[in-house]
Design a protein around this ligand. Structure first.
Ligand SMILES: [Zn+2]
Length: 177
């Protein structure tokens, strides 16, 4: 089974009614998305498909973690994510472009498989919060990497540390004292 088939559903074989599917996504999923900002993730996807004569309603529930960079300490961490999205796939004469995270797509009436790989990729990207920071422990202490924070603080301090004595400031200091 190649990576694409792994994230496909044999839509033609499905009877009308409700169906459940489960998918696990880990690091190898991102191998086919070369420019992907996300390289490491552990994601569980649960699909609920409702098929009728005219369309398939696909509800995607996504939970897991994405390895990303903390906005505060710049260290990598596993950011918890979740997302719930609904996609309507209407039966038509030909497949529409599946490259967008659209809410509605057209699939050919005689299509054998529905490949959801690109949709999953879009959903995973959508699930990342705008602000990504380490959580806090039970005592409310940040789980940020202290060493990294100290280092960042030192970088910000460099102009001050390298400050050489300026006679004008020395005069001013005398006035202030
Ligand atoms: Zn952090």
């Amino acid at each position: 089974m190649n990576n694409s088939e792994k994230y496909s559903i044999r839509i033609l074989d499905l009877k009308n009614g409700s169906h459940q599917f489960k998918f696990s996504i880990s690091d190898d999923f991102f191998d086919d998305f070369k420019g992907s900002e996300i390289k490491k993730a552990e994601i569980k996807i649960e699909l609920t498909l409702e098929k009728n004569e005219r369309a398939v309603r696909i509800e995607t529930q996504l939970t897991g973690t994405i390895n990303t960079i903390c906005d505060r300490c710049s260290d990598k961490f596993d950011c918890p994510v979740e997302l719930n999205e609904i996609l309507i796939a209407e039966f038509g004469n030909a497949n529409s472009d599946l490259s967008d995270a659209d809410e509605k797509i057209i699939i050919a009436r005689d299509a054998v498989i529905l490949n959801l790989k690109k949709h999953f990729f879009d959903y995973i990207n959508m699930s990342l919060p705008v602000r990504r920071v380490h959580n806090e422990d039970q005592n409310g202490n940040s789980l940020c990497n202290k060493e990294m924070l100290d280092r960042l603080e030192n970088i910000n301090k460099i102009p001050e540390a390298s400050k050489i004595s300026d006679p004008r400031w020395d005069e001013l200091k005398k006035l202030l004292n």
